[in-house]
Design a protein around this ligand. Structure first.
Ligand SMILES: Cc1cc2nc3c(=O)[nH]c(=O)nc-3n(C[C@H](O)[C@H](O)[C@H](O)COP(=O)(O)OP(=O)(O)OC[C@H]3O[C@@H](n4cnc5c(N)ncnc54)[C@H](O)[C@@H]3O)c2cc1C
Length: 496
């Protein structure tokens, strides 16, 4: 399709033509549509997606931009003001987007929490397949902007509510194949350091800060915009293959030859045959018109009801596996690449005030996947936790991020979704089980993911993340006052 070489887009995807100047918005931008909410000093707490991280903060500031308002120095001024005021009282600062992390990684204790909610996609370049996004832009806004131009995000999570800078800051991955984490698709970032200076970081400029900020949980700088790679959107058709779990890794390795643009796996979770069976779902390109990106499809919505009936119900768990590998596979039709990734988190919402959903994630090399399955079989069924789902993803090696979870060779990522009772007993049980899982995974050369519950011990963290000491030293150099802090720093990095 014919694309303008440089199209500029703001907000939820309205293409507004060829870009002449860098910013395209109102001729005389006013601050109308921008809200900086600063409740003055009143007692306040913030939580995250776990609902278990309630933490006191000094202030929560939401910086919002109207979709057609081009930010410039006023955004930098707002961030500098927070940094200066926090410094004068030695309080921490943390910048975030959707706060879907689960262990206070987005919350500065007694500090200045800032939420960035400014959507803007611009400088879409069809020749290089790149675009620029403001830090707080959510993935559904990226999809809406790229879709009319025939482009699609290269790597993002499996849900579209998260911020683009947050995704870089946790170095998230998804099910596009055969790429590394999202950071591998970022060319450069613009970032404000704790002293208020603005820098650009890339693989060739301030490369050490780029590697530290990728998966650096906002501890290196406040990211304001990113240059990110896109790929052509495609019409894709799924193929479903079931197999013994022991055959899964070899089958997944075969799909990572570049011919399959999207793929994921599943394991069965009913207690009788726990993790014995696997399903590999591969999406391959087919000819045909690509429909506009849609949101959650009928199948996602229908499967929610079955999904949520699982806790305490082995019959439903067994039936669900049958449905997923049977009629579900039969019903699933062609879809665009962007539609597949345009899933809101709310589709999965549990709507039960006594329980909360908790994710775990482990990364092991394909040749140790059998050992991972054996460890999970020995540990998970003995806990009190209700496992709702396990999804398997491919993650290529990531040699750039200082806190890389795939530092040497590709990994199979196992994403486990638990439903946890919101009680002290359940929390203690979850901590015990998580530590057992981490020990088992470290013993086979694997790693665990950092945006979830802070149940790992400091020793486990240190053993898992070999670059942690270097990261902490670099952070102390660029942020000697330790202005940028959150629970990941307080619980782990401050102690390595
Ligand atoms: C339902 C669900 C599904 C998920 N699926 C996946 C998945 O498929 N793959 C995967 O890898 N992960 C997945 N995750 C984890 C998810 O990627 C992270 O929790 C991610 O941080 C969520 O984005 P967010 O906007 O909510 O980030 P936040 O929680 O707001 O922030 C996360 C971190 O990024 C930092 N940060 C945010 N913005 C900036 C900025 N502008 N500058 C500097 N630092 C910043 C914050 O300080 C914080 O440390 C999932 C989580 C949930 C709850």
């Amino acid at each position: 399709m014919a694309l303008t070489r440089r199209a500029a887009l703001f907000g939820a995807g309205a293409a507004v033509g060829v870009l002449g100047s860098r910013w395209m918005g109102p001729q005389n931008p006013s601050l109308d549509g921008v809200k900086v909410i600063m409740p003055a000093g009143e007692a306040k707490t913030l939580n995250d997606a776990s609902l278990l991280s309630e933490t006191p903060v000094f202030r929560h500031t939401v910086i919002q931009g109207a979709p057609d308002l081009a930010p410039s120095t006023w955004l930098f001024d707002a961030l500098r003001k927070e940094l200066a005021e926090a410094a004068s009282e030695n309080r921490p600062v943390n910048l975030s987007a959707a706060r879907h992390s689960m262990g206070g990684q987005s919350i500065p204790r007694d500090g200045h929490a800032i939420t960035l909610d400014m959507p803007a996609i611009f400088d879409v370049d069809s020749d290089t397949g790149t675009y620029r996004a403001l830090a707080g832009t959510r993935w559904h806004q990226v999809i809406a902007a790229l879709d009319p131009l025939g482009l699609s995000p290269k790597v993002m999570q499996s849900n579209a509510d998260f911020g683009v800078a947050s995704t870089f800051s946790v170095n998230a991955h998804g099910w596009p194949m055969p790429f590394g984490p999202m950071g591998s698709t970022v060319r450069s970032v613009q970032m404000m350091l704790a002293d208020g200076s603005l820098i650009t970081a890339s693989r060739s400029e301030n490369a050490d800060l780029f590697g530290a900020a990728m998966g650096g949980y906002g501890l290196i700088g406040l990211i304001t915009e990113l240059e990110v790679e896109a790929v052509p959107n495609q019409l894709l058709e799924p193929t479903f293959q079931t197999m013994p779990a022991s055959d899964f890794a070899a089958a997944f390795v075969k799909t990572a030859d570049g011919s399959v643009p999207m793929a994921y796996g599943r394991l069965n979770i009913d207690r009788e045959g726990f993790f014995d069976d696997a399903m590999l779902v591969t999406y391959r390109p087919i000819a045909g018109d690509i429909p506009p990106a849609a949101g959650s499809g009928f199948l996602s919505k229908a499967s929610r009801a079955i999904f949520r009936a699982q806790p305490g119900n082995e019959w439903v768990k067994r039936r669900r596996w049958g449905i997923e590998t049977g009629i579900g596979a039969w019903l699933a039709g062609a879809s665009s690449r962007s539609s597949l990734m345009n899933e809101p988190v709310i589709t999965l919402d549990d709507r039960d005030p006594t329980r909360t959903d908790i994710l775990h994630e482990y990364f092991v090399s394909p040749d140790r996947f059998g050992d991972f399955v054996a460890a999970a079989k020995a540990i998970i069924p003995g806990s009190y936790q209700e496992l709702l789902n396990i999804t398997l993803r491919w993650v290529a090696e990531d040699p750039v991020s200082m806190l890389s979870y795939a530092p040497s060779g590709p990994r199979i990522a196992s994403v486990l979704l638990f439903s946890q009772e919101m009680t002290a007993r359940a929390e203690a049980d979850m901590e015990r089980m998580t530590r057992q899982m981490i020990d088992a995974v470290l013993a086979i050369g694997g790693s665990y993911y950092l945006p979830y519950r802070p149940h790992a011990t400091v020793d486990q963290f240190r053993r898992c993340y070999g670059g942690a000491e270097e990261f902490a030293a670099l952070k102390r150099r660029v942020d000697p006052g330790l202005r940028l802090r959150n629970a990941l720093w307080d619980n782990y990095l401050a102690k390595v």
